[in-house]
Design a protein around this ligand. Structure first.
Ligand SMILES: *Cc1c(COP(=O)(O)O)cnc(C)c1O
Length: 239
Protein backbone atom coordinates (compact mmCIF):
# COMPACT_ATOMS: atom_id res chain seq x y z
CA UNK A 1 0.00 0.00 0.00
CA UNK A 2 1.66 3.22 -1.12
CA UNK A 3 -0.47 5.96 -2.68
CA UNK A 4 -3.72 6.86 -1.01
CA UNK A 5 -7.05 7.06 -2.80
CA UNK A 6 -9.10 10.26 -2.74
CA UNK A 7 -11.11 9.33 0.34
CA UNK A 8 -7.93 8.48 2.25
CA UNK A 9 -6.34 11.74 1.12
CA UNK A 10 -9.42 13.67 2.18
CA UNK A 11 -9.24 12.16 5.65
CA UNK A 12 -5.48 12.70 5.88
CA UNK A 13 -5.75 16.38 4.95
CA UNK A 14 -8.62 16.88 7.42
CA UNK A 15 -6.48 15.38 10.19
CA UNK A 16 -3.46 17.48 9.22
CA UNK A 17 -5.61 20.64 9.21
CA UNK A 18 -6.91 19.73 12.70
CA UNK A 19 -3.39 19.24 14.01
CA UNK A 20 -2.16 22.43 12.34
CA UNK A 21 -4.96 24.45 13.92
CA UNK A 22 -4.40 22.88 17.34
CA UNK A 23 -0.66 23.59 17.23
CA UNK A 24 -1.32 27.20 16.18
CA UNK A 25 -3.85 27.76 18.97
CA UNK A 26 -1.49 26.15 21.49
CA UNK A 27 1.11 28.76 20.52
CA UNK A 28 -1.43 31.58 20.71
CA UNK A 29 -1.38 31.97 16.93
CA UNK A 30 -4.15 32.35 14.37
CA UNK A 31 -4.60 29.02 12.52
CA UNK A 32 -5.39 31.00 9.36
CA UNK A 33 -1.82 32.35 9.42
CA UNK A 34 -0.32 28.96 8.51
CA UNK A 35 -0.48 27.64 4.94
CA UNK A 36 -0.44 24.00 3.91
CA UNK A 37 1.87 23.25 0.97
CA UNK A 38 1.53 19.77 -0.51
CA UNK A 39 4.97 18.41 -1.45
CA UNK A 40 4.30 16.71 -4.78
CA UNK A 41 7.51 14.89 -5.64
CA UNK A 42 6.94 11.53 -7.39
CA UNK A 43 3.12 11.89 -7.40
CA UNK A 44 1.21 11.66 -10.66
CA UNK A 45 -0.54 14.67 -12.20
CA UNK A 46 -3.78 12.79 -11.65
CA UNK A 47 -3.17 12.38 -7.92
CA UNK A 48 -2.13 16.02 -7.58
CA UNK A 49 -5.22 17.22 -9.46
CA UNK A 50 -7.46 15.07 -7.23
CA UNK A 51 -5.83 16.51 -4.11
CA UNK A 52 -6.36 20.07 -5.38
CA UNK A 53 -10.02 19.77 -4.39
CA UNK A 54 -8.94 19.34 -0.75
CA UNK A 55 -8.07 22.17 1.67
CA UNK A 56 -4.47 22.43 0.47
CA UNK A 57 -3.28 26.02 -0.09
CA UNK A 58 -0.56 25.42 -2.66
CA UNK A 59 1.78 22.86 -4.20
CA UNK A 60 5.53 22.49 -3.83
CA UNK A 61 7.76 20.83 -6.42
CA UNK A 62 11.34 19.60 -5.99
CA UNK A 63 12.16 18.85 -9.60
CA UNK A 64 11.94 21.23 -12.54
CA UNK A 65 10.76 18.46 -14.85
CA UNK A 66 7.84 17.58 -12.58
CA UNK A 67 6.96 21.26 -12.07
CA UNK A 68 6.80 21.79 -15.83
CA UNK A 69 4.81 18.62 -16.53
CA UNK A 70 2.31 19.18 -13.73
CA UNK A 71 1.95 22.90 -14.34
CA UNK A 72 1.47 22.45 -18.06
CA UNK A 73 -1.07 19.67 -17.46
CA UNK A 74 -3.08 21.97 -15.19
CA UNK A 75 -2.62 19.57 -12.26
CA UNK A 76 -2.66 22.37 -9.66
CA UNK A 77 -6.15 23.42 -10.78
CA UNK A 78 -5.32 27.11 -10.41
CA UNK A 79 -3.72 26.87 -6.99
CA UNK A 80 -0.26 28.42 -6.56
CA UNK A 81 2.88 26.35 -7.13
CA UNK A 82 6.22 26.90 -5.42
CA UNK A 83 9.65 25.49 -6.15
CA UNK A 84 11.15 23.82 -3.06
CA UNK A 85 14.05 21.70 -4.38
CA UNK A 86 17.64 22.18 -5.41
CA UNK A 87 17.65 24.48 -8.45
CA UNK A 88 20.33 24.39 -11.13
CA UNK A 89 20.96 27.74 -12.78
CA UNK A 90 20.44 26.36 -16.30
CA UNK A 91 16.84 25.47 -15.37
CA UNK A 92 15.79 28.78 -13.83
CA UNK A 93 14.08 29.93 -17.02
CA UNK A 94 11.62 27.03 -16.83
CA UNK A 95 10.72 27.82 -13.24
CA UNK A 96 9.96 31.51 -13.80
CA UNK A 97 6.27 31.86 -14.57
CA UNK A 98 5.49 28.40 -13.18
CA UNK A 99 6.50 28.96 -9.55
CA UNK A 100 5.14 32.05 -7.82
CA UNK A 101 7.76 31.55 -5.10
CA UNK A 102 11.19 29.91 -5.28
CA UNK A 103 11.71 28.75 -1.70
CA UNK A 104 15.15 27.20 -2.01
CA UNK A 105 17.65 29.97 -2.83
CA UNK A 106 20.79 29.10 -0.92
CA UNK A 107 23.72 30.80 -2.65
CA UNK A 108 24.72 34.12 -4.11
CA UNK A 109 25.43 32.35 -7.39
CA UNK A 110 21.83 31.12 -7.65
CA UNK A 111 20.39 34.40 -6.43
CA UNK A 112 22.24 36.42 -9.08
CA UNK A 113 21.32 33.92 -11.78
CA UNK A 114 17.63 34.30 -10.88
CA UNK A 115 18.00 38.09 -10.92
CA UNK A 116 19.46 37.90 -14.41
CA UNK A 117 16.72 35.63 -15.81
CA UNK A 118 13.96 37.62 -14.10
CA UNK A 119 15.35 40.82 -15.59
CA UNK A 120 15.37 39.24 -19.05
CA UNK A 121 11.77 38.10 -18.58
CA UNK A 122 10.79 41.54 -17.28
CA UNK A 123 9.39 40.21 -14.00
CA UNK A 124 10.11 40.47 -10.28
CA UNK A 125 10.53 37.01 -8.76
CA UNK A 126 9.62 36.28 -5.14
CA UNK A 127 12.06 34.02 -3.32
CA UNK A 128 12.83 32.61 0.11
CA UNK A 129 16.38 32.13 1.36
CA UNK A 130 17.05 28.57 2.50
CA UNK A 131 19.07 28.12 5.65
CA UNK A 132 20.78 24.89 6.67
CA UNK A 133 20.16 24.96 10.38
CA UNK A 134 21.26 21.52 11.52
CA UNK A 135 24.59 21.79 9.72
CA UNK A 136 23.98 18.46 7.99
CA UNK A 137 26.28 18.09 5.02
CA UNK A 138 23.71 16.14 3.03
CA UNK A 139 21.24 19.01 3.22
CA UNK A 140 20.88 22.02 0.99
CA UNK A 141 20.69 25.54 2.39
CA UNK A 142 23.16 28.27 3.27
CA UNK A 143 25.01 28.18 6.57
CA UNK A 144 23.29 30.59 9.02
CA UNK A 145 26.24 33.02 9.04
CA UNK A 146 25.93 33.33 5.24
CA UNK A 147 22.36 34.59 5.55
CA UNK A 148 23.49 38.19 6.16
CA UNK A 149 25.71 38.54 3.09
CA UNK A 150 22.95 36.88 1.05
CA UNK A 151 20.44 39.44 2.31
CA UNK A 152 22.87 42.26 1.46
CA UNK A 153 23.14 40.94 -2.08
CA UNK A 154 19.38 40.43 -2.42
CA UNK A 155 18.67 43.94 -1.18
CA UNK A 156 20.70 45.36 -4.06
CA UNK A 157 18.72 43.57 -6.82
CA UNK A 158 15.88 44.94 -8.91
CA UNK A 159 14.12 41.74 -10.02
CA UNK A 160 14.09 39.74 -6.80
CA UNK A 161 12.04 40.17 -3.64
CA UNK A 162 12.91 38.14 -0.56
CA UNK A 163 9.71 37.08 1.19
CA UNK A 164 11.16 35.05 4.04
CA UNK A 165 13.13 31.96 4.97
CA UNK A 166 12.92 28.24 4.36
CA UNK A 167 14.62 25.46 6.30
CA UNK A 168 14.72 21.69 6.59
CA UNK A 169 15.98 21.13 10.14
CA UNK A 170 16.89 17.58 11.15
CA UNK A 171 13.85 15.58 12.18
CA UNK A 172 14.94 13.10 14.81
CA UNK A 173 13.53 11.23 17.76
CA UNK A 174 14.67 13.96 20.09
CA UNK A 175 11.65 16.25 20.16
CA UNK A 176 13.39 18.92 22.25
CA UNK A 177 16.36 19.09 19.87
CA UNK A 178 14.02 19.34 16.88
CA UNK A 179 12.27 22.28 18.53
CA UNK A 180 15.58 24.01 19.27
CA UNK A 181 16.51 23.85 15.58
CA UNK A 182 13.11 25.21 14.55
CA UNK A 183 13.41 27.98 17.15
CA UNK A 184 16.83 28.93 15.76
CA UNK A 185 15.32 29.39 12.31
CA UNK A 186 12.58 31.55 13.81
CA UNK A 187 15.21 33.72 15.53
CA UNK A 188 16.97 34.30 12.20
CA UNK A 189 13.61 35.13 10.61
CA UNK A 190 12.89 37.75 13.28
CA UNK A 191 16.39 39.25 13.20
CA UNK A 192 16.36 39.48 9.40
CA UNK A 193 13.04 41.34 9.59
CA UNK A 194 14.34 43.74 12.21
CA UNK A 195 17.32 44.70 10.10
CA UNK A 196 15.00 46.34 7.57
CA UNK A 197 16.70 45.41 4.31
CA UNK A 198 15.48 46.96 1.08
CA UNK A 199 13.55 44.45 -1.11
CA UNK A 200 13.15 42.13 1.86
CA UNK A 201 9.92 41.40 3.72
CA UNK A 202 10.00 38.61 6.26
CA UNK A 203 6.46 37.31 5.72
CA UNK A 204 6.86 33.61 5.10
CA UNK A 205 8.65 31.10 7.30
CA UNK A 206 8.60 27.75 5.52
CA UNK A 207 9.51 24.88 7.82
CA UNK A 208 7.96 21.63 9.03
CA UNK A 209 7.27 18.40 7.13
CA UNK A 210 5.21 15.28 7.87
CA UNK A 211 7.35 14.43 10.90
CA UNK A 212 7.60 17.82 12.58
CA UNK A 213 4.97 20.22 11.26
CA UNK A 214 3.25 20.64 14.63
CA UNK A 215 6.54 21.60 16.28
CA UNK A 216 7.29 23.92 13.38
CA UNK A 217 3.98 25.74 13.86
CA UNK A 218 4.58 25.97 17.62
CA UNK A 219 7.91 27.63 16.75
CA UNK A 220 6.51 30.14 14.26
CA UNK A 221 6.20 28.50 10.81
CA UNK A 222 3.75 30.25 8.45
CA UNK A 223 3.96 27.51 5.79
CA UNK A 224 4.44 23.76 6.23
CA UNK A 225 5.43 21.42 3.40
CA UNK A 226 3.83 18.00 3.67
CA UNK A 227 4.12 15.02 1.34
CA UNK A 228 3.98 11.61 2.98
CA UNK A 229 1.21 12.42 5.46
CA UNK A 230 -1.06 13.55 2.59
CA UNK A 231 -0.26 11.12 -0.20
CA UNK A 232 1.33 8.10 1.53
CA UNK A 233 4.83 6.68 1.28
CA UNK A 234 6.75 7.61 -1.86
CA UNK A 235 7.57 4.84 -4.31
CA UNK A 236 10.92 5.71 -5.91
CA UNK A 237 11.13 2.40 -7.79
CA UNK A 238 8.90 3.73 -10.56
CA UNK A 239 11.15 6.71 -11.25
C1 LIG B 1 9.80 15.86 0.28
C2 LIG B 1 9.87 17.20 0.88
C3 LIG B 1 8.94 17.61 1.85
C4 LIG B 1 7.85 16.71 2.39
O1 LIG B 1 8.40 15.64 3.12
P1 LIG B 1 7.44 14.57 3.83
O2 LIG B 1 8.29 14.00 4.91
O3 LIG B 1 7.07 13.58 2.80
O4 LIG B 1 6.28 15.30 4.36
C5 LIG B 1 9.04 18.91 2.32
N1 LIG B 1 10.00 19.76 1.91
C6 LIG B 1 10.91 19.40 0.97
C7 LIG B 1 11.93 20.39 0.55
C8 LIG B 1 10.88 18.11 0.45
O5 LIG B 1 11.80 17.75 -0.44
Amino acid sequence: MAEKNLEQMRQAVAEIREKMAAAAREAGRDPAAVQLCAACKTRTAQTIAASAALPIDLFGENHVQELCANYDAGAYCGKPSHFIGHLQTNKIKKVLGRASLIQSVDSEHLLLAIEKEAAKAGIVQDILLEVNIGGEESKTGAAPELLWPLLDTAAAQEHIRVKGLMAIPPVNDDDAQNRRYLAQVYQLFVRAGERGYRNVEMQTLSMGMSGDFENAIREGATLVRIGTAIYGERDYSKK
